[in-house]
Design a protein around this ligand. Structure first.
Ligand SMILES: Cc1cc2nc3c(=O)[nH]c(=O)nc-3n(C[C@H](O)[C@H](O)[C@H](O)COP(=O)(O)OP(=O)(O)OC[C@H]3O[C@@H](n4cnc5c(N)ncnc54)[C@H](O)[C@@H]3O)c2cc1C
Length: 381
């Protein structure tokens, strides 16, 4: 008998399953395609929001918990599976500094390391930099993971722990009677459980709508490029005016990303490729000498203010949500999964769960906090 069904095998679903299994639950993960092949795979793996001071405290507190626990998680997964998620403290160098005062205040309040660099110190920090910035923000403690490896490690770890992760098992209906969930109908049959957690990323609203529950989570497309460069070229994650470069240990360099309001369309475009190449070679001119190995797109689960929905659906007993992590699902995943498990199991939660309640009313500041690449506000409500 299964205690809990997880609907969606992205990073949020897989880590939620892991948290529940570690607490002694019998868990079944149902994934529509292949596990870990959607947004969680497509992301950059930066373990911090891009401009962290722009986010509400509800995001910062989960980020802080995850950042503290990521090194141990990466070690545990590597030991259990032999797959290294490549947790690496690369640091984050931000060369647009119009918000320096706001950033400094935020870092002081949160106890986060943040320095203001000037002149030659910037070039010393990252010699490959092509931008002649007078000032820069340096956050030395920001780390990254190689998210496809992390996903493979979590997946293997679940299998070792005896969890069934079914692929090609899209959930087509939620079985609800007398305001209580009893299980789900999937492409691989019916499954019963007392608890069901929706972790379907950008598709979560669609899955929940089948139970008459509405959730303001919408897909926001992001395109990325990967250069096959050299491990000596770049050491830091560098961010400038919304574009960033991420150096992997093997010399690959990822460039991101676009922010597009194109529904469920996951195709890549020449326009985005051009935009990303221009941004990358402006940031690191020597990249122009290296080939582009891959260009891809993923659908972020956008939510108002980027604050995820974590908790119980009030009107349906046994139904839970862990979704809407928008641009920060990789960094938020450990904390968010732990919090969901705390709520489901009735334990003391790691943080106050109120800001993440699925039935919360969006605050004024949550609405349309982001614009797409055309400058149009992305309205999540
Ligand atoms: C270009 C880009 C760059 C990013 N960079 C970063 C970054 O640097 N750092 C960071 O923290 N975050 C980043 N993100 C955001 C992060 O990737 C997401 O917030 C996170 O991956 C969301 O995880 P998820 O598990 O909710 O969604 P997903 O990984 O999309 O997983 C959802 C899963 O649910 C499945 N599913 C859908 N419908 C059903 C159904 N009916 N039945 C069963 N299964 C279903 C899907 O197939 C999918 O596998 C980035 C995202 C993108 C696109």
């Amino acid at each position: 008998m299964t205690d809990c069904i997880i609907v969606g095998g992205g990073l949020i679903g897989l880590l939620t399953a892991r948290e529940l299994v570690l607490s002694g639950c019998r868990v079944l993960v149902l994934e529509r395609g292949r596990p870990g092949r959607e947004s969680s795979w497509a992301g950059g793996g930066i373990l911090s929001p891009l401009y962290p001071w722009r986010y509400p405290d509800a995001v910062s507190s989960l980020v802080a918990w995850s950042q503290q626990h990521y090194p141990q998680l990466a070690r545990d997964l590597r030991e259990a599976t032999g797959i290294d998620p490549e947790w690496t403290r690369s640091g984050l160098l931000i060369t647009d500094t119009g918000e320096l005062e706001q950033a400094t205040d935020w870092a002081w309040r949160q106890g986060v390391e943040l320095e203001s660099l000037e002149g030659e110190d910037i070039q010393r920090c990252e010699p490959a930099l092509g931008i002649a910035a007078e000032r820069a923000i340096w956050m030395p403690s920001v780390a990254q993971v190689r998210n496809p490896s992390l996903l493979r490690a979590v997946y293997d770890d679940l299998l070792i722990r005896g969890v069934t992760v079914m692929h090609d098992a899209g959930v087509t209906a939620l079985q609800i009677e007398d305001s209580r969930i009893h299980g789900v109908v999937s492409e691989k049959g019916r499954f019963h459980a007392r608890h069901v957690v929706i972790t379907s990323g950008a598709w979560s609203a669609e899955v929940l709508s089948r139970a008459g529950v509405s959730l303001p989570v919408k897909p926001v497309r992001g395109q990325m490029l990967m250069f096959h460069a050299s491990p000596l070229l770049l050491q830091r994650i560098v961010l400038h005016e919304g574009h960033y470069v991420i150096p992997r240990r093997d010399g690959r360099i990822l460039v991101g990303s676009t922010l597009e309001n194109t529904g469920y369309d996951k195709s890549t475009t020449d326009a985005a490729r051009g935009e990303l190449v221009r941004a990358a070679t402006r940031l690191v001119p020597d990249l122009a000498a290296f080939p582009i190995e891959r260009h891809w797109a993923g659908l972020r689960p956008g939510s108002p203010g980027g604050v995820p929905f974590i908790g119980k659906v009030p009107e349906i007993s046994g139904l839970y949500i862990n979704s809407g992590h928008y641009r920060n699902g990789v960094v938020l995943a450990p904390a968010s999964s732990r919090l969901l498990a705390d709520i489901l199991l009735g334990r003391d939660p790691i943080v106050d769960p109120a800001p993440y309640r699925p039935d919360r009313q969006p605050a004024g500041s949550d609405m349309g906090m982001d614009c797409d690449d055309e400058g149009r506000k992305i309205d999540f409500v």
